[in-house]
Design a protein around this ligand. Structure first.
Ligand code: NAP
Length: 244
């Protein structure tokens, strides 16, 4: 059996860091992480310092030769939520930057991943970390909602391409992780009530301990990574998958 290689964006904190930590506990896994801040310190972890909202940097990324791989996984996890602001009150440059980070970069990385590995006779998986916000409208989150809906429909379209080209060894999923206790949720709780009608609701999730621990959510993802062929995709919530 060869090694399982995971490329994860956003490994400096939050869900991406928890996924890296959970995966690195397995001896046959190697993780490559991408973020501006540092990732975990582990002999089987390689960090790439990058701003994923910088188009030049993202276009220059190249995936390594990994001929000993038994599985190759790309997890598009890095993301942000700001600008939390209603249409008409947003800065155009901030809109552009958020769309690049949350949607354009994952699509460019997915394309580069396919180019590099599609002819390799190995199990391959692409996971977009989406959100329930991509499946309904949320006040003051219009850019974030649009990017996550974009990831969902990208996964649907690529799934059609995989079917059309009979690439049975490759899967792509767009997965909503639930409400996770990370810096993103802390940021959401700082938005004023008059700028975001759900501000109280999100503070209440925190006060009533309804936020999921990143470690617990990362462990739920393991079932999908271990058995992509048994996972009904392409668009779903992590809670739809029974843990093994
Ligand atoms: N938390 C939730 O409740 C929740 C719910 C639904 C979906 N999600 C999704 O889950 C994913 C992870 O979010 P999280 O909650 O773990 O947030 P987080 O704690 O804020 O972590 C975000 C990660 O993305 C990276 N990142 C942000 N901007 C970046 C940039 N310009 N370049 C490179 N990396 C960047 C950060 O690294 P650096 O800052 O070091 O670069 C960090 O590692 C996101 O896609 C988010 O939309 C979260």
């Amino acid at each position: 059996m060869g090694l399982r290689y995971f490329f994860i964006s956003g490994t400096s904190r939050g869900l991406g860091r928890a996924m890296a930590d959970v995966l690195l506990a397995q001896a046959d896994v190697r993780v490559w992480g991408f973020s501006r801040g540092a990732g975990p310190s582990h002999p089987n972890y390689t960090h790439h310092t990058i701003d994923l909202s910088d188009s030049t940097a993202v276009n220059q990324l190249i995936f390594p030769d990994l001929t000993d791989a038994s599985q190759l996984v790309l997890i598009n996890n890095a993301g942000a939520i700001s600008p939390v602001a209603r249409a008409g009150l947003q800065d155009a440059a901030a809109i552009e930057k958020l769309i690049f980070l949350n949607l354009t970069a994952p699509l460019i990385l997915t394309n580069a991943f396919f180019k590099k590995y599609e002819k390799q006779n190995t199990s391959k998986l692409i996971v977009h970390i989406s959100s329930g916000a991509g499946r309904r409208g949320i006040d003051a989150w219009n850019v974030y909602c649009a990017t996550k809906a974009g990831l969902d429909n990208h996964a649907r379209a690529v799934t059609e391409e995989l079917l059309a080209t009979q690439k049975n060894d490759t899967h792509i999923f767009s997965i909503a992780p639930g409400i996770v206790d990370t810096a993103m949720q802390t940021e959401i709780r700082t938005v004023a009530d008059d700028e975001f009608s759900l501000a109280e609701q999100f503070k209440n999730y925190h006060e009533t301990n309804q936020l999921l621990s990143p470690d617990l959510v990362a462990k739920q993802f393991l079932t999908i990574f271990n058995h992509p062929e048994k996972t009904p995709g392409p668009v779903f919530s992590i809670n739809d998958i029974p843990s093994s």
